[in-house]
Design a protein. Structure first.
Length: 131
């Protein structure tokens, strides 16, 4: 369980502060309840593997409608069930335990440093005397 005042569900550039707080807490398993509709079932399942890799934690995404999936900490798909196809039960052996990742520790800091470096290089290029 994460005890942090920063665990509100507010999205910032597609990443919630709750997800980042859970990644820093090194949970052994994330269980993500969800409910999808037929048209978006695949597009909502695919990012879950990336969240597992980013935070180094196995994720079980359980849906009442849509696609349920189990992913290990390396983003490998362990099991998938499409509830719209009539399957109702998914069985998967989930390895427990977090793998430390840099992204879970520093979040989007690296990406923002890259944006800053790009802005700096663009300013240098624009202000440099042309020959």
């Amino acid at each position: 369980m994460v005890r942090n005042n920063d665990t509100t569900w507010s999205h910032s550039h597609g990443r919630s502060s709750l997800q980042h707080a859970l990644g820093r807490a090194a949970a052994d398993l994330w269980i993500v309840p969800a409910n999808d509709w037929r048209e978006v079932k695949r597009s909502h399942l695919q990012p879950v593997a990336f969240r597992a890799i980013e935070n180094g934690v196995p994720i079980l995404r359980a849906t009442s409608a849509g696609m349920s999936g189990a992913f290990d900490a390396n983003g490998r798909t362990l099991a998938v069930v499409d509830h719209f196809s009539g399957q109702r039960t998914m069985v998967a052996q989930m390895p427990l335990g977090a793998v430390p990742t840099i992204y879970a520790r520093v979040g989007d800091l690296f990406a923002w440093l890259c944006v800053g470096a790009l802005a700096l290089f663009m300013a240098i290029a624009l202000l440099a005397p042309s020959t």
